[in-house]
Design a binder for this molecule. Structure first.
Ligand SMILES: CC(=O)N[C@H]1[C@@H](OP(=O)(O)OP(=O)(O)OC[C@H]2O[C@@H](n3ccc(=O)[nH]c3=O)[C@H](O)[C@@H]2O)O[C@H](CO)[C@@H](O)[C@@H]1O
Ligand SMILES: C=C(OP(=O)(O)O)C(=O)O
Length: 435
């Protein structure tokens, strides 16, 4: 278990370039399994989860070539499908959430897809029903080995159909889309998730020869094709990382420029930070955040306390709520944070309370934050990162706190933030990694 030691209270300044999006990378890398031809993907983030997925694909026989620091070529022309039934795969496949998305493309191309219960953040129950109900609707047979927690689907020919998803699951939609692109006939997926990750996946699949309409909406219409070809694809900047940098600038009263953010793909994210009183300026495609001594949370029009809650896209992503929560601790005013999707994602607030933040955890889904307007700073402490976004939120708290804090289990942060310590050092943070 590695640790960060952070001396808080230093301002940051300068420019930061966001990494490629983790959740898009996990989808589009799985999509390389849909063709025997070469697929070249750029802006691949160098983070633990993505590297683990690339490792799993190479164990499966995909030829992986690193062309430069963030560009890979993948060719899935000679796969060793026996790996899917090996003990090794049971271990490798369960180490991240994104691995679930190999099932759809394998089912589409080879008629079978297996996966151990995937890992990822421990932030509440994370069911996979939507994925498998979709595959079953397309004609696959399903089995689940309860003892080994191992899922399997098989089909000789997937057949297009109409389906209404029970929830707009991000990875579920991606998996079903990848299964449907080579099914016979037309598949319609209603209540589909439509995060930029999925829009990017669909654009990539269309450039490989798929026929997907409705991209960006919650109704996807997919006309099955015989085969897909190779392509090149560029991953968008990581919107969750962009939000994390905005939060970091506000909490440390710093001025930062976030480069090339792909503003049009950020949806409501900038607006939500503005509601927190944070000034943001769009300069070209960069976000400039000026130094602010204080930021004031807006109330609703009728004067009642602001609520910030998550929702499937185009709503506010749940992955930024922990960051909004930590930012609120030093704002002027109060806010109710309502994490509707995950039931264990707010427990990290105990640590913020230890640091002196004024937070009331109303129930597992809701927390009220009474901002301190920087009148008293958070106190440094020792903490353990429970999940990726709580981890970065605790890191933001530590950067703003008085004294030296220690964060253990930073592997959780490394899952999704590329070289975070080095990039923070470059903009003035005092942070050290202890292995
Ligand atoms: C690898 C990856 O891409 N992970 C992301 C993906 O996870 P993932 O695809 O696993 O998450 P899902 O979209 O399936 O759902 C997440 C949770 O939200 C609940 N839910 C979902 C949809 C809905 O309409 N109502 C509802 O309550 C689900 O029951 C589940 O508990 O999407 C999540 C939701 O944006 C993000 O937090 C994760 O970062
Ligand atoms: C919940 C997240 O990731 P995963 O789905 O990979 O656990 C996240 O990125 O915030």
């Amino acid at each position: 278990m590695s640790t960060f030691v952070i001396e808080g209270g230093h301002k940051l300044s300068g420019e930061i370039t966001p990494q490629g999006a983790k959740n898009e990378a996990l989808q589009v890398i799985c999509a390389v399994l849909l063709t025997a031809e070469k697929v070249i993907i750029s802006n691949v983030p160098d983070i633990r989860d993505v590297n683990k997925l690339i490792f799993i694909l190479s164990e499966l026989g995909v030829k992986v070539e690193k062309i430069n620091q963030d560009t890979y070529s993948f060719q899935a022309d000679e796969l060793d499908l026996d790996y899917l039934e090996s003990e090794k795969f049971k271990k490798d496949g369960s180490s991240l959430r994104g691995s679930i998305m190999i099932v759809g493309p394998l089912l589409a191309r080879f008629g079978k897809g297996y996966i151990p219960r995937p890992g990822g953040d421990k932030i509440g129950r994370r069911r996979l029903d939507t994925h498998f109900e979709g595959f079953i609707k397309l004609g696959a047979t399903f089995r689940y080995n309860k003892d080994e927690k191992f899922y399997g689907v098989e089909a000789t020919q997937l057949i297009g159909t109409n389906m209404l998803l029970d929830e707009a699951s991000v990875t579920g939609t991606a998996n079903i889309v990848m299964a449907a692109v080579m099914a016979k006939g037309i598949t319609t997926i209603y209540n589909a998730a439509c995060e930029p990750y999925l829009q990017q996946l669909c654009k990539m699949l269309n450039s490989m020869g798929a026929k997907i309409r409705g991209v960006g909406s919650n109704l996807l219409i997919i006309e099955g094709v015989e085969k897909l070809d190779g392509c090149t694809h560029v991953i968008l900047p990581d919107m969750i990382e962009i939000g994390s940098w905005i939060g970091m600038a506000a909490m440390t009263k710093s001025s930062l420029t976030i480069k090339n953010v792909s503003w049009d793909d950020l949806g409501v994210i900038p607006r939500v930070f503005k509601k927190m009183g944070i000034n943001l300026e769009l300069r070209g495609d960069d976000i400039f955040i000026p130094e602010q001594e204080s930021y004031e949370i807006q109330n609703f029009i009728d004067g009642s306390i602001l609520t910030i809650s998550d929702a499937p896209w185009p709503g506010f992503t749940p992955d930024l709520l922990s960051i909004i929560l930590v930012v609120a601790t030093q704002a002027k005013g109060s806010v109710l944070i309502h994490q509707k999707m995950f039931e264990s994602r707010l427990f990290f607030v105990d640590k913020l309370i230890d640091m002196g933040a004024k937070v009331i955890l109303c129930d597992p889904h809701r927390a009220t934050v009474i901002g301190m307007n920087h009148e008293s700073s958070l106190k440094a402490t020792t903490m353990t990162s429970p999940d990726i976004r709580a981890g970065i939120s605790l890191l933001i708290a530590a950067l703003s706190a008085k004294g030296t804090s220690t964060i253990h289990n930073i592997e959780q942060i490394d899952r999704g933030y590329q070289n975070i310590d080095k990039r923070l050092q470059a903009i003035g943070a005092k942070i050290t990694r202890v292995d």
